[in-house]
Design a protein around this ligand. Structure first.
Ligand code: URP
Ligand code: ZN
Ligand code: ZN
Length: 467
């Protein structure tokens, strides 16, 4: 017997259009849409009817950059896959793409299997994996082909973090050459980590140990230089490229210049770069540690270039890079030495709301909101159609969003497993009301109805951004 849900009377917003439509869900998928009040829509019946009058009906958010239980700086990010995916659902995100990690000296297989073991039976929403490649050699290059066949079709490498995740230019080139043959997408963390480490040592030797120095040594020019370099390496390899967590105006300019040449080069930014700045890093009493991430927060003048990049499509995706560490006991590891502060910010629960606030503020349109937060990440990473839209055949990952609700972001009310909010006290208009994942209620009028283990692994195809 089929299981039907009907969402009546809302404004359905996708990246392509906005229309008052009723949405029929059957067996976990979108079965049909019909104009609200039309004869076709009135004829539909369902076991569950959701009234979405005065609400938006939007695709579930796709956060293509999260780090749950991520090992970093001698500790691990504080959200498990269970707590992090629950918090994501509260914030209207129904799919995350997290990062499985290859440790140096280990195979990609071992790294990926460990992440499957962590996620199996724990997630409230669907999830996929990118693979962090820390050790490029003959055998890991060969393994990349196999992972692509298993639906892990994107690989992150780093020009930052020497001695941890860092790859030199030759290794990056070899991974890109492999991607050019198997269709994978290489994601780059672009900062000149070798030069940054010199500046870190010089700063510490001067006694510049406070969190704000994290932002000062990770210079915008060193993000731009690395961005330029990885673009040229991708050109040589004839591979597409996705640059993660872009924060500097000069890095956006590198991406824009490459795209003006017609190169398949793509960029992501994150809410923290759009809404926060070095002012936060400079907060007294070590509070700035809450805002330590890499690439770092920039002076607020950089924000205009990021918003412009999102409007002109020089930046395609907004992900969170959600990588939370508690202030107490984790961020505090770096008291007296900013280089020991674990890098990362919480945000998986806040992204859809912050970007909706950008709609309210007139920075982006409603459809661009859905494009950068749902459709483009799904298309970039090869699963658009299943996720990222509301159309017949798509998974019924649907959010009923109240655009008129007002909320104040706070650690006291959020669901992420972290003891502070990066947006404490920020008032925004709009709030998630109800969330469906593959037709099942995860959140119902702000009551959690989900369960660990509902979320399933999503094998992905190749990026849909290049032929
Ligand atoms: O500060 C950050 N971004 N932490 C997570 C690791 C990374 O580089 O994405
Ligand atoms: Zn990174
Ligand atoms: Zn990251």
């Amino acid at each position: 017997m089929s299981n039907r849900t009907l969402i009546r009377g809302g404004l359905v917003i996708t990246a392509a259009e906005e229309t008052y439509a009723d949405v029929l869900i059957e067996d976990g998928r979108i079965a049909a849409l019909a104009a609200s009040g039309s004869e076709a829509a009135r004829a539909w019946t369902a076991e569950r009817v959701i009234d979405a009058t005065d609400k938006y009906v939007i695709p579930g958010g796709v956060d293509a950059h999260t780090h749950m239980e991520f090992p970093f700086g001698g500790t691990a990010s504080s959200d498990t896959f269970e707590t992090g995916t629950r918090a994501a659902a509260w914030g209207g995100t129904t799919t995350i793409v997290d990062f499985a990690v290859q440790s140096v000296g280990r195979s990609l297989r071992e790294g990926l299997d460990a992440y499957h073991a962590k996620t199996d039976g724990t997630c409230a929403i669907d999830y996929a994996f990118h693979m962090i490649v820390s050790d490029v050699d003959e055998s890991s290059l060969k393994e990349m082909d196999g992972l692509v066949g298993e639906g892990v079709t994107s690989f992150k490498l780093f020009t930052a973090y020497p001695g941890v995740f860092y790859s030199d230019d030759g290794k990056i080139l070899r991974a890109m050459q492999k991607a050019a043959t198997n269709g994978a997408l290489i994601m780059m963390h672009a900062e000149n980590g070798i030069a940054i480490d010199v500046l870190v040592q010089q700063a510490l030797a001067r006694g510049d140990t406070d969190p704000r120095h994290h932002g000062e040594v990770r210079r915008a020019l060193l993000e731009a230089e690395a961005t330029h370099r990885v673009i040229q390496l991708a050109r040589v390899a004839e591979a597409p490229l996705y640059v993660v967590h872009v924060s500097a105006e000069e890095a956006v300019a590198e991406l824009a210049a490459a795209r003006d040449k017609g190169l398949p080069v793509f960029g992501e930014t994150c809410p923290q770069y759009l809404f926060l700045s070095t002012d936060n890093l400079a907060e007294p009493d070590f509070e700035g540690a809450k805002y330590v991430c890499s690439t770092p927060l920039r002076p607020r003048e950089h924000q205009a270039a990021l918003w412009r990049g999102l409007r002109t499509d020089d930046l395609q995706v907004v992900s969170t890079d959600h990588c939370p560490f508690c202030f107490t006991g984790q961020k505090e590891l770096g008291r007296g030495d900013f280089s020991k502060i674990p890098n990362g910010l919480p945000g998986v629960e806040n992204r859809m709301d912050l970007l909706h606030q950008a709609v309210v503020d007139g920075r982006i349109t409603r459809r661009r909101w859905i494009e950068i937060a749902c459709a483009a990440p799904a298309r970039m990473f090869g699963f658009y159609g299943k996720k990222g839209t509301i159309a017949p055949g798509a998974d019924a990952d649907v959010v009923i969003y109240d655009p008129a609700a007002e909320q104040t972001m706070s650690a006291a009310t959020h669901h992420m497993n972290v003891d502070y909010s990066a947006y404490e006290g920020k008032r925004v208009r709009g709030q998630v009301e109800t969330v469906l994942s593959r037709g099942e209620l995860v959140l119902e009028r702000r009551e959690f109805r989900g369960r660990a283990g509902h979320g399933a692994f999503v094998p992905r195809g190749l990026t849909q951004y290049v032929n």
